[in-house]
Design a binder for this molecule. Structure first.
Ligand SMILES: Nc1nc2c(c(=O)[nH]1)N[C@H]1C(S)=C(S)[C@@H](COP(=O)(O)O)O[C@H]1N2
Ligand SMILES: [Mo]
Length: 420
């Protein structure tokens, strides 16, 4: 570093750091005398490491073996028509590795070889078509990063704080970079007839998970994806091909996509009537609640990721997203919503993708009621749980985007509580 007059020097940075930050993060070990981890030759420096053919496909190191998907035993009757949760409390950045991205299946994850894959486009089209996997690979491809949130994410928290961990309260979400062919390209190949206003999409699994999607959305940004985070989709996420419906509830993202039918009307299938519908206080239901409204959660500190280092510098971090656009701002409260300060977005929000935020504080060791509040580029602000209940009543399960509270105790432990 050059010491140009007026330019900040390295020494200057260090001084500013000490003066501004208060407590010192590093340096404690040195003050306590010789550290054998430094002064003695460690086992890993006395032998060969693994050769390059030991791990043809890598798994996380054993020390990270608790960073895994988990399910909640009592939530579903069996583990086949069920759900597990992304360990968001232990991840950073925004991309969810497929190996720990939550799964939701109605009839289990199926084994469908690429060679046996067929995608049919039928209904109100000029030319009904059937594509093999190899056919799909010949269409011009695009890459996009999108979040997928199950409409039931945080559903168990509707009536009050219940599950102790961000993984369980907010872990029905993942965010991947998809490679695939715009659905529009395939629909144009078949030629949509003027009467066509909707599509009905279904999967090859026993449940089929059929859903209706307005043609406008299908032609806008829906993606027929076959790669996620650079590699083939994992079986659990719909190998070899799934549909991405950016910003809209996870249930519409058909896995093992086998058919797209162009129709005049919505089919009103099970998944879009008796399920994934919010029943209001008066017993009527909200119709077509596809977009996932802006939402956020602090992933650390949180019940599964307590503060273990005592007072001093503390990194508060979390995730924010909106199915209607990009996250523009996230506020964090340390006092249960009485006062708010703007968090730092790790990168500017991207449309329909997770945004990572940080708030770096000097924790004085006292209790906190941590909350985060997301704002998207439509101007929408994430509501409190009470504000949601005022509009939607108490019957709801789906589409709970209310503000989450973690009670941080003086010990650094955290608990799921509700401040309404
Ligand atoms: N074919 C098929 N597609 C499906 C489902 C299913 O059971 N079968 N589940 C849906 C639901 S409810 C959700 S939330 C997402 C979950 O996607 P994931 O398992 O990749 O997380 O897939 C959707 N697509
Ligand atoms: Mo879902």
């Amino acid at each position: 570093m050059t010491d140009r007059p007026g330019a900040p020097t390295r020494r200057g940075f260090l001084k500013a750091g000490l003066a501004g930050g208060g407590a010192l993060v590093a340096g404690k070990a040195a003050a306590e005398g010789p550290d054998p981890l430094i002064t003695e030759t460690q086992p890993w420096a006395q032998m060969w490491g693994d050769g390059v053919d030991v791990t043809p496909y890598g798994m996380p190191i054993e020390y990270e073996s608790d960073v895994i998907r988990r399910n909640v035993d009592w939530l579903t009757a069996d583990t086949i028509s069920s759900v597990n949760f992304t360990p968001i409390h232990a991840l950073d950045g925004t991309i969810t590795p497929q190996g720990c991205a939550f799964e939701r299946h109605h009839s289990g994850a199926i084994d469908l070889p690429k060679e046996d894959y067929r995608l049919m486009i039928n209904g109100l089209v000029e030319t009904p078509l059937i594509f093999t996997y190899a056919d799909l690979e010949r269409f011009p491809r695009v890459n996009h990063t999108y979040f997928l949130e199950c409409a039931a994410n945080s559903g168990m928290e509707w009536a009050g704080a219940q599950l102790n961990g961000a993984q369980f309260t907010h872990g029905m979400i993942h965010n991947m970079e998809y490679s695939g062919v715009p659905l529009r390209t395939l629909l144009e190949e078949a030629g949509v007839k003027p009467e066509g206003k909707w599509i009905y999409v279904e999967g090859a699994d026993a449940s089929s998970n059929g859903r209706s999607i307005p043609l406008d959305k299908a032609l806008d940004d829906c993606l027929v994806a076959f790669k996620a985070n650079g590699e083939a989709l994992r079986k659990e996420h719909g190998y070899p091909v799934r549909l991405c419906v950016p910003g809209w509830e996870g249930n519409m993202w058909i896995k093992w996509l086998r058919r797209v039918e162009v129709t005049t009307e919505a089919i009103q299938s099970r998944e879009e009537t008796s399920k994934y519908t919010d029943t209001l206080a008066d017993g009527t239901s909200r119709k077509w609640t596809w977009a996932m409204d802006a939402k956020s959660v602090i992933t650390s500190p949180s019940p599964q990721s307590p503060i273990t280092h005592g007072p001093g510098p503390l990194v508060i971090t979390g995730l924010a997203w909106s199915g209607r656009g990009a996250i523009e701002r996230v506020d964090v409260s340390l006092d249960g919503g009485k006062s708010w300060q703007a968090a730092r977005l790790a990168r500017p929000g991207q449309k329909m993708a997770l945004t990572r935020f940080y708030l770096d504080i000097d924790w004085d060791g006292s209790e906190m009621l941590l909350q985060s509040r997301a704002m998207d580029d439509t101007g929408y602000v994430q509501p409190t749980k009470n504000a949601l209940r005022e509009i939607r009543g108490l019957n709801s399960v789906y589409h709970n985007n209310g503000i989450q509270t973690w009670w941080i105790k003086t010990s650094g432990e955290a608990e799921n509580v509700e401040v309404s």
